[in-house]
Design a protein around this ligand. Structure first.
Ligand code: NAI
Length: 466
């Protein structure tokens, strides 16, 4: 094999992490091959972030249609044509897919390969086998993402489903059970409820969105209960059965729950099987690929990013890690002067797009208390003009170390997803509330709630007692 037929980087998986690595590598003048068995864009574009948010947007429009009469609008919600909704969401996906395909195809130095790839590490070096071919590379990046956990239940795709099927449902169920009150569970339950489905969430722990501030979980439970979403906590699932017309969930105390459809949303597991990883010497721990602070695995030259690496499973983390690895490789090959800094998980914004939305960045109050004395302030959206107009309640919580920076921001309320950027800048730049308080926020915006929380923490509140 001549050096010329060896790519600088061969990428396994063209989801958020993989394609971001390919684009950045191309910008840096590397020669890249990207191997994908499905479609460019991966889970985020085809089965995750984008279709879920499309469904949630439709759900919000349905809610607005229902609520129009409050402000004198002659609107009403008469139901949903599932097929049209799925087609419309597919239209959004296709547009983004076309744009992404164009971008990757016109980026210099990227070879796209269709097929299932497996890692090869042999006498000739590293590579990815696709069918009978081996695509050789100086470096290989594993970016194969994650797939739904199933609890060992039989997913028939009709009555017992995962989010993959939920986002393609042409006919909405009348009643639905959702196992798991985490991010996927609450997002899909929220969309279904707005579209008229009778939903019950069953959660193993004692609250919804257990990774969030406990007060956020409480506020979400209140809002969901008001919206007619039923919840059961401390539930242990023993099994599930289905017929042609419904699904039954069996709990370990022998009780059963039946609905038209059962959604399993209990987390996602890294997609690291049948990739030849362990055979090639890559260390894998409970499905997760072990990496060092350069995201390199136990095999020199093999990197891993995104959901296959322990940490929050977020598309934007995949993008950031993919670009990072491209820069590490370019730096090693002498094509990029800077040795990049690994993007931190701790300042990643987390947004859950249920109604009401949740945004959080940084530490909870309890986690911050482990660092020192903490002061936190909740600014109620009930005192924020834009939020009242939107008809939402909730709060923005800013957590600071006493005489120190903002270390956490947690918000709940319809529209607070838009606060993620500012919250992230404040936490990431270790801003003091006093720094933020100097900036005048636009009025009326929901961002003012964040600004006012900082003003209050800085000792000069306007619309709230500190
Ligand atoms: P998750 O980890 O957020 O939630 C799973 C929930 O299921 C947890 O509350 C857990 O306690 C519960 N659970 C586990 N086993 C159970 C059982 N046997 N019975 C009842 N409840 C059980 O996982 P989820 O919601 O599946 O999402 C997977 C990943 O995808 C997450 O890491 C999430 O961050 C990511 N994601 C991100 C989105 C966003 O950024 N907006 C949207 C959707 C998913």
């Amino acid at each position: 094999m001549t050096p010329a037929s060896r790519h600088d980087l061969v990428i396994l998986g063209a989801g958020s992490g993989g394609y971001a690595a390919a684009l950045r590598a191309s910008q840096l003048g590397l020669d890249v091959a990207i191997v994908e068995a499905g479609k460019l864009g991966g889970t985020c574009l085809h089965r995750g972030c984008i279709p879920t948010k499309a469904w949630l947007h439709a759900a919000e429009v349905a809610d607005h249609a229902r609520d129009g009469d409050v402000m004198g609008l002659k609107t009403r919600y008469d139901g949903v044509q599932g097929e049209v909704l799925v087609d419309w969401a597919d239209g959004v996906i296709n547009r983004l897919h076309k744009g992404l395909t164009g971008l990757v195809t016109t980026s210099p130095g990227i070879t796209q390969v269709e097929g299932w790839g497996t890692l090869v590490s042999d006498r000739e070096g590293l590579g990815v086998r696709v069918g009978d071919d081996i695509i050789r590379g100086r470096n290989v990046l594993v970016a194969t993402g994650a797939r739904p956990k199933t609890l060992g239940l039989t997913i028939d795709g009709q009555r017992i489903i995962t989010s993959d099927h939920a986002l393609k449902l042409a006919e909405l169920p009348r009643t639905a059970l959702v196992i798991g009150g985490g991010v996927i569970g609450v997002e899909i339950a929220s969309a279904w409820r707005s579209l008229g489905v009778d939903v019950t969430i069953v959660e193993a722990l004692d609250r919804l969105v257990p990774a969030e501030e406990p007060d956020i979980s409480k506020a979400l439970l209140r809002a969901f209960t008001k919206r007619g979403i039923a919840t059961q906590f401390g539930v242990k699932v023993a099994g599930a059965t289905s017929t042609a017309t419904d699904a039954t969930l069996i709990l370990d105390d022998g009780k059963t729950l039946t609905a038209d459809i059962l959604l399993v949303a209990v987390g996602r597991e890294p997609a690291t099987h049948n990739l030849g990883l362990t055979e090639a010497g890559v260390s894998v721990d409970r499905g997760l690929v072990r990496v060092n602070d350069r995201l390199m695995t136990s095999v020199r030259g093999v990197f891993a990013v995104g959901d296959v690496v322990a940490g929050p499973q977020l598309a934007h983390r995949g993008f950031a890690q993919g670009m990072f690895v491209a820069e590490v490789v370019a730096h090693q090959l002498g094509r990029h002067a800077d040795n990049p800094v690994l993007p931190e998980d701790s300042t990643l914004p987390r947004v859950t797009y249920c109604n009401p939305e949740i945004t959080s960045v940084g530490l909870t109050v309890a986690a911050a208390q482990r660092l020192g004395e903490v002061k936190s302030l909740d600014y109620p959206l009930g005192g924020n003009g834009r939020s009242i107009i939107k008809g939402t309640t909730g709060f923005v919580r800013v957590v600071r170390l006493v005489d120190g920076p903002i270390v956490g921001v947690h918000a709940i309320g319809q529209g607070v997803s838009e606060l993620a950027g500012e919250a992230q800048l404040a936490v990431g730049w270790e801003a003091l509330p006093e720094d933020v308080a100097e900036f005048v926020h636009g009025h009326p915006t929901q961002g003012e709630a964040f600004g006012e929380a900082c003003m209050a923490l800085a000792g000069r509140p306007l619309h709230v007692h500190a």
